[in-house]
Design a protein around this ligand. Structure first.
Ligand code: CA
Length: 388
């Protein structure tokens, strides 16, 4: 129990306590934990102020003191009331929680990779021969990772125009991708999957905004670049692996068996219910546990060649799609390449996103007898680029 009022259906009970950064009245941006609809100012509570009176959680993550700080925060919130140390969220601004180091995005959902293969290469095998042997990924743009609520300006780019020269114009096939991202707390190289918990600090929701027309023209032979580098939205609360531990479950069976550096003994799939809304209509509902490659295998793969990871590195799952069409995690799939319209509750329909559309990714973990551990949301509204 805590002296802070926590709504019954909150994503953020005392058992969650995710880390973030907020600017509350009278302070510069500082490290907080979220509880209900409030944040606890850790430095004001006297909890490791040298690590928590900071504009990002990077120093705290690098110190390896995250677990201890979260435990002290829980004690503080369960102890004698100290209302001077908490602030209502409505009174402050929530900021990007960490300075993003490198950003890698994977492609680890079997249903998503199969759907994209069928849409883009209908006459070929949908999966590339390497897909079941390694977690395919690409390097994204760390500097354009933005916090939930940041407006997303429609990108311009070169788009194919029949047989002629491509045209430079605003994307007309702007899409979302429903993903979960993982934040590296302490770095390393040649990390084995079963050591993932030593290195991963926590998880966030991700929307990997994607311009399908720009992507279609640029992606051969080296993969996506400007189609995705204009913005990636993350949720502001880094839910710790400690809070998520009870939701780790067995991963899907992998056939063929992966190479030994990708072999794990422990369960690393994560049972998270996910959904996406466009203008308050749920357009996709799925679960993260079916992902073919786990985040532990993704981390092992990223470092298997000797490459190091650093504090603040972000790696995302790739679009999370389930088997059934209502569980597909992008408009590219839901509209089947733009050939079907998706009906919204306001009577309009979409193939891809229009200016003004508000996209929200939500996620939470539920289990019988366990408090709900939620992520909050990764939200963004599409806006037209202002002409100069
Ligand atoms: Ca993606």
């Amino acid at each position: 129990m805590t002296w802070v009022d926590v709504p019954a259906d909150s994503d953020f009970p005392l058992e969650n306590l995710p880390f973030g950064v907020a600017a509350v009245p009278g302070t510069s941006p500082t490290v907080v934990v979220r509880i209900g609809d409030h944040v606890l100012d850790l430095a004001a509570a006297g909890i490791e102020p040298s690590l928590t009176r900071q504009p990002s959680i990077n120093a705290l993550m690098a110190s390896g003191r995250g677990r201890a700080v979260r435990e002290r925060a829980a004690e503080h919130l369960a102890g004698p009331a100290r209302p001077d140390t908490v602030h209502a969220l409505r009174d402050g601004d929530v900021l990007l929680p960490f300075t993003v180091g490198d950003y890698v995005d994977f492609y680890s959902s079997l249903a998503h990779a199969t759907n994209l293969g069928r849409i883009l290469r209908p006459d070929d095998e949908p999966l590339m021969p390497n897909w079941r042997h390694l977690p395919v990924g690409y390097h994204g743009r760390a500097g354009t990772v933005v916090v939930s609520g940041t407006p997303i300006t429609r990108p311009d780019g070169l788009v194919a125009c029949g047989d002629g020269a491509p045209a430079f114009r605003p994307s007309t096939r702007l899409d979302f991708e429903l993903e979960v991202g993982f934040v590296v707390g302490t770095g390393g190289a040649r990390i084995t999957p079963d050591d993932a918990a030593e290195h991963v600090f926590g998880a966030v929701l991700v929307n990997d905004w994607s311009a399908r027309d720009i992507q279609a023209y640029e992606y051969r032979p080296l993969g996506p670049n400007l189609a995705k580098s204009f913005a990636t939205t993350i949720s502001p609360w880094v839910v710790t692996l400690d809070a998520l531990e009870r939701f780790l479950v067995p991963a899907p069976v992998q056939d063929p068996k992966p190479a030994s550096y990708l072999h794990a003994e422990r369960d690393w799939a994560l049972d998270v219910d996910l959904d996406v809304t466009v203008n308050d209509t749920v357009v996709s509902r799925t679960n993260f546990r079916e992902l073919y490659w786990t985040f532990a295998q993704q981390l092992a793969h990223m470092t298997a060649n000797g490459a190091t990871t650093r504090t603040g590195d972000l790696f995302a799952s790739g679009t999370v799609s389930g088997e059934s069409p209502d569980s597909w995690g992008s408009l590219m799939e839901l509209s089947w390449g733009g050939s079907r319209r998706i009906e919204l509750a306001d009577g309009t329909s979409r193939t891809f996103l229009e200016d003004g559309d508000h996209v929200v990714v939500r996620g939470c973990c539920r289990a019988p007898g366990s408090p709900r551990i939620g992520f909050g949301e990764a939200a963004g509204t599409v806006v037209a680029r202002r002409s100069e």
